[in-house]
Design a protein around this ligand. Structure first.
Ligand SMILES: C[S@@+](CC[C@H](N)C(=O)[O-])C[C@H]1O[C@@H](n2cnc3c(N)ncnc32)[C@H](O)[C@@H]1O
Length: 317
């Protein structure tokens, strides 16, 4: 694979009927598409966590959260059975908290967020940086811009930019990099959460090479920061069901790694090195565990370890 190679012009959408148990009724009527994974995430985040702006964003997207209150009861029923699956909302909550901590530690001057979807991070933190560029596929971006304008009417649109970007299109990353270059910002964190495992391995390689090319050109000392390099080595029967649900909603396979070493090798092949930031200390701090009644700290830890953040940098100049 060469950097900037555009494998995929559009996300494929299959015609398979979907059954998204516990998710928004309107999604049951829509075809699986990777873009459709964003709103369920937003609904779950609003109901199962206390992340700032999570509720406001879901409501601004037109969701009546009261209609989805059953998600909380279902989560409590699952957790009461004491299964690993019962603690699964800790992954959604934990990955957001882990990214908050990683960005606070790295303190970049600028952030390029890929696949932002309905995430609150831009609204909540853009003002912290000299430049925050929030991106997703075009149709998602149009809705996100309306939501941000409704919730943050005083946003400075030259400092918190919202624009389309396909991570598989190298030219999109280069165009976004130019925005940082114009402001002489080279300490950049390129972030995403909830994207990488929806890409096939070939697409992941294209994206990796696009990111490496971006870092080389615009931020040689910057970092690719994400909780998305997950492995499913310890999958039990119920998490397999969960994975099948993700695959049905996105209409694409779920592509993970088997070990940290496999992730290191994958990155090494792209001229990159990885540091993993531990997040065990978040156990006991997650609102999602309280709301779902997930009391087994080992299960919460299992999900937290799944979403520890990787900080990926260029190996050399
Ligand atoms: C599960 S959602 C996660 C959204 C958000 N990061 C969050 O945590 O709520 C996955 C997102 O990836 C976006 N996406 C899928 N393929 C993409 C691509 N090739 N480039 C950029 N974004 C993509 C989708 O549009 C969707 O918003």
């Amino acid at each position: 694979m060469t950097p900037n190679q555009d494998l995929q012009k559009d996300m494929p959408v299959t015609d398979t009927a979907i059954a998204l148990d516990g998710l928004a009724p309107f999604l049951k009527e829509s075809k699986p598409a990777i873009q459709n994974t964003s709103l369920p995430t937003a609904i779950n985040r609003a109901l199962m966590t206390d992340i700032s702006f999570a509720r406001e964003i879901a409501e601004a997207a037109g969701v009546n959260l009261a209609e989805h209150a059953g998600i909380v009861n279902e989560a409590r029923t699952d957790a009461a059975r004491g299964t690993l699956f019962g603690a699964s909302y800790c992954m959604l909550d934990g990955r957001y908290r882990s990214m908050d901590e990683a960005l606070a530690k790295l303190a970049p001057e600028g952030v390029l967020e890929l696949a932002a979807g309905h995430s609150p991070r831009g609204i909540a933190t853009a003002g912290t940086y000299s430049l925050y560029v929030e991106t997703d596929l075009a149709d998602l971006v149009a809705q996100k811009r309306e939501i941000v304008e409704a919730l943050k009417p005083d946003r400075d649109p030259s400092q918190h930019i919202i624009r389309p970007l396909n991570a598989l299109h190298g030219s999109d990353l280069i165009a976004a990099g130019a925005l940082f270059e114009e402001k002489n910002i080279s300490n950049i964190a390129l972030t995403h959460e909830g994207l990488f495992f929806y890409l096939t391995r070939d697409e992941q390689k294209v994206m990796r090479d696009n990111v490496a090319a971006f870092l080389k050109q615009f931020s040689p000392n910057g970092a690719w920061v994400s909780p998305d390099f997950v492995y499913d080595a310890r999958l039990d029967e119920e998490t397999t069901v969960m994975r099948a649900t993700y695959e049905r909603s996105a209409g694409r396979p779920w592509t993970t790694f088997s070990t940290d070493d496999e992730i290191r090798e994958f990155m090494r092949d792209g001229g990159l090195k990885v540091e993993f930031l531990g997040n065990d200390h978040l156990v006991g701090m997650l609102e999602s565990a309280r709301r779902s009644g997930a009391t087994n700290p080992d299960h919460v830890l299992r999900w937290l370890r799944e979403c520890r953040v990787a900080v990926v940098r260029l190996v050399g100049p």
